[in-house]
Design a protein. Structure first.
Length: 261
């Protein structure tokens, strides 16, 4: 019998099943790619099926994992249930879910419409509730699971960017993570979060195009640079694997020291 290495014992997730919401672009692609590279089979979901198909093909071309695109809106309960059921139907299990789907709205609060506010809260907070709850119902059956909620540095600090619903939703995600962690601990389900700083994504695309603004962000980051996709891969593998079995209700700030300043 071949003895497993410490890395396999701690971080092995081979042949497990993961779902990544918001998997058609940005950080969702990074998380899906990391899980596939570690040997997990992955369901990627979003509202843009064609983009999902492209991402799935790209990841499968460079890994041995199976990646299945599923069109789903995280604010639609029926679609969320169908997404989780797809994972069970395809792979007979669900060990990992990464609640990554998110949007923002940047307007002064006094000018923001109620519809705009509700849209951000619905995707960023209610979407996490629906997907985590639906996944947990399956995980409870097997007394095991890893739920990873993607928050933001702006769940802990404010800024001059006028994005009140985004800030509010991400702060709520951090505390919702704690609530879920306590509720589901008896079922050996670990619920943790990742709060990224500034990384390349559709949400930050316009910011990164503005050299003056990007330089300001870099100057406010202790490590003196913005994040690279690789910087997030270790975090998602850690929280998906046995290495994090004694950690729950916590949020990892992967921000280059932004929140330390």
């Amino acid at each position: 019998m071949t003895k497993k290495s410490i890395s396999e014992l701690c971080f092995g997730i081979e042949d497990q099943t993961a779902i990544v919401t918001g998997g058609s672009s940005g950080l969702g692609v990074t998380f899906a790619e990391a899980l596939a590279e570690a040997g997990a089979n992955v369901i990627i979901s979003a509202r843009r099926l064609e983009k999902l198909k492209d991402v799935a093909e790209t990841i499968m071309a460079k890994t041995d994992a199976k990646v299945i695109p599923v069109e789903a809106d995280v604010t639609n309960e029926d679609q969320v249930i169908a997404m989780v059921q797809k994972a069970i139907d395809e792979f007979d299990s669900l060990e990992i879910i990464v609640n990554n789907a998110g949007i923002s709205a940047m307007d002064p609060s006094i000018d923001m419409s109620l519809a705009e506010w509700k849209k951000v809260i619905d995707v960023n907070l209610t979407g996490v509730f629906l997907t985590a709850r639906t996944a947990a119902r399956e995980m409870i059956k097997h007394e095991y699971g890893k739920i990873i909620n993607i928050a933001s540095i702006y769940g802990a600090v404010g800024d001059r960017f006028q994005a009140a619903p985004y800030y509010a939703s991400k702060a709520a995600v951090i505390n919702l993570t704690r609530a879920f962690a306590i509720e589901w601990a008896e079922h050996k389900i670990n619920v943790n979060g990742i709060a990224p700083g500034f990384f390349p994504s559709e949400m930050t695309e316009e910011i990164f195009k503005d050299d003056e603004l990007k330089n300001l962000i870099v100057s406010r980051t202790a490590l003196g640079r913005t994040g690279k996709p690789f910087d997030l891969k270790g975090a998602v593998i850690y929280l998906s694997s046995p290495a994090s079995n004694y950690m729950t209700g916590q949020t990892l700030f992967i921000d280059g020291g932004w929140t330390a300043l």
